[in-house]
Write a protein that binds this ligand. Structure first.
Ligand code: 2NL
Length: 344
């Protein structure tokens, strides 16, 4: 019986040593230490032994049992530690790997164009002024020499909030408000960018909402030549030193005289092409000498003070600069369009 126990012990310890997982160990436990196992069987057969032998074999059997149980426990601890080690190794995070790129947004093309224009005028001593998009009839029309019933109001039909409140149709009311704030004294040098609204049907060249940037300079002795000098400096900085400007007579209710400014076409160098429609010139903005009525309404003595003003559409400037063929691209926010203009 003693030999049988030693044999069982060897067998069991051998199996424990070779077990590769917890499940295998469990099998060894059941096989050798279970109720139907060989050691239990040995203990059951002890009745046949003599009184001297019984305690010796009993003790031995218990020792063998304990030794196997300890070996299993030890091995189990080793297996679990190894499993944890492996898991840690498998799940190691390499913190030096580059991260997933984040899709970064950027500024809108129009924002960049407007800021570029602002900066050019700031460089010439102008200040940026902003005002409300919901305007009174007075500042949007009346103060700009467009009294009720004036035919030119038809070209700037708006969205009305009430009879007297509307979405502004141009940024000129911001300039009218700036002049008022200066209380009849000069100089006033402002540049006014912002959103404007018109009751128009949207198509490739029209939008019911677009942007404008207007400028105004009021002081004593301001002349048409000052207007031309400022606009020439602007055109050369914005479109290139090689560009020429020309002024053509035009009409606006708030300026007298009024002009339209063209720049020479870069595509053909003045020869005439599809961009300039064969004329060699491209229309950029409208301008003029501030109408005496506008000055007087803002509190200026029009015998002492004169001024010039101009207005342009950033959309049109961007379309010319980048060859964009549809104004709606600016507002539909297709990132494939917008991403083309992100600065590096
Ligand atoms: C255009 C033409 C223009 C003005 C805007 C202005 C403002 C005041 C007084 C006088 Cl407060 N004039 N603004 C003058 C001439 C032309 O805009 O074609 N804009 C897109």
């Amino acid at each position: 019986m003693k030999e049988r126990l030693m044999e069982l012990k060897h067998e069991a310890l051998e199996k424990v040593t070779h077990a590769t997982d917890v499940k295998g160990l469990q099998d060894v436990r059941v096989q050798y230490l279970g109720k139907k196992g060989p050691i239990t069987e040995v203990l059951r057969g002890m009745g046949k032994l003599s009184a001297e032998e019984r305690p010796v074999i009993g003790q031995l059997a218990n020792e063998v049992r304990e030794e196997i149980a300890n070996a299993i426990e030890q091995k189990q601890a080793n297996l679990e530690a190894a499993a944890l080690e492996k898991q840690l190794e498998d799940e190691t995070i390499d913190v030096t790997l580059p991260g997933r790129p984040v899709q970064q947004g950027g500024r809108h093309l129009l924002t960049n164009i407007i800021e570029e224009i602002e900066d050019l005028f700031i460089g010439m001593g102008f200040e940026v002024a902003e005002g409300p998009e919901v305007e009174t009839d007075y500042y949007n029309f009346e103060a700009l020499n467009l009294p009720k019933g004036h035919p030119a109001r038809d070209m700037q039909d708006s969205f009305y909030i009430t009879e007297e409140l509307l979405m502004r149709t141009h940024t000129s009311p911001v300039q009218a408000r700036s002049m008022e704030k200066h209380e009849g004294k000069g100089p006033v040098k402002v540049i006014c960018p912002g959103k404007v609204y018109r009751r128009d049907t949207d198509d490739a060249t029209h939008s019911h909402q677009f942007t404008q940037i207007e400028g105004l300079l009021v002081d004593e002795h301001v002349r048409m030549s000052d207007l031309k000098g400022v606009l020439n400096a602007f055109a050369k900085q914005m479109f290139g030193e090689e560009r020429e400007i020309r002024l053509r007579p035009s009409f606006f209710p708030f300026t007298e005289p009024s002009v339209e400014m063209d720049i020479s076409c870069k595509m053909c160098g003045g020869e005439g092409c599809s961009v300039c429609k064969g004329t060699g010139w491209i229309e950029i903005l409208g301008a003029g000498m501030v109408h005496p009525n506008v000055l007087e309404m803002a509190g200026y003595d029009s015998n002492k003070y004169t001024g010039f003003a101009f207005g342009m559409g950033p959309e049109r400037i961007a379309m010319l600069k980048y060859g964009i063929d549809d104004i709606r691209h600016f507002y539909t926010n297709d990132v494939r369009f917008l991403n083309q203009f992100h600065k590096a």
